[in-house]
Ligand binder design. Structure first.
Ligand SMILES: [Zn+2]
Length: 138
């Protein structure tokens, strides 16, 4: 069984195209400077509707995480235990992801620096993270 696929729309296509090209992109508000993910048309800070896509550095830190010991979808049955981690990028956006070398969450802690590790699953490139090798540049 394959994992459920994201719905790719005209709004979020630059995010997925960016990952396929090897970079993580976030939206940036030209009016107030706010950065965010996931994609939405208006800035969540000032409601301006002139966002542009920008590449992220790929560096961030752990805000929170959980470890799944039970698969709630058959496609994930061979992955347990695995973490679902909230990462905040250095640019500010947060995303739910996995830290692939966290030893099922045991190496995670609030504030631990992580870096982007794009992984392919089928036709999709996914933004996952690994523990930062140099201790983080934040
Ligand atoms: Zn704004």
């Amino acid at each position: 069984m394959t994992a459920p696929a994201p719905e790719i729309t005209d709004l979020n296509r630059p995010y997925w195209d960016g990952l396929a090209a090897g970079e993580l992109r976030h939206l940036h508000c030209e009016t107030c400077g706010h950065n965010w993910l996931p994609a939405r048309e208006a800035c969540p800070n000032c409601l301006a509707s002139d966002p542009v896509w920008r590449p992220a550095s790929g560096c961030g830190h752990v805000v929170s995480w959980v470890v799944y010991h039970k698969a709630y979808h058959d496609a994930f049955a061979d992955r347990v235990p695995y973490d679902v981690t909230l990462v905040e990028l250095d640019e500010g956006p947060r995303l739910l992801t996995n830290v692939v070398d966290s030893d099922a969450g045991r190496a995670l802690a609030v504030g631990v620096p992580v870096e982007l590790k794009i992984e392919r699953e089928g036709d999709l490139a996914l933004a996952r993270f690994r523990l930062a090798r140099n201790g983080g540049a934040t």
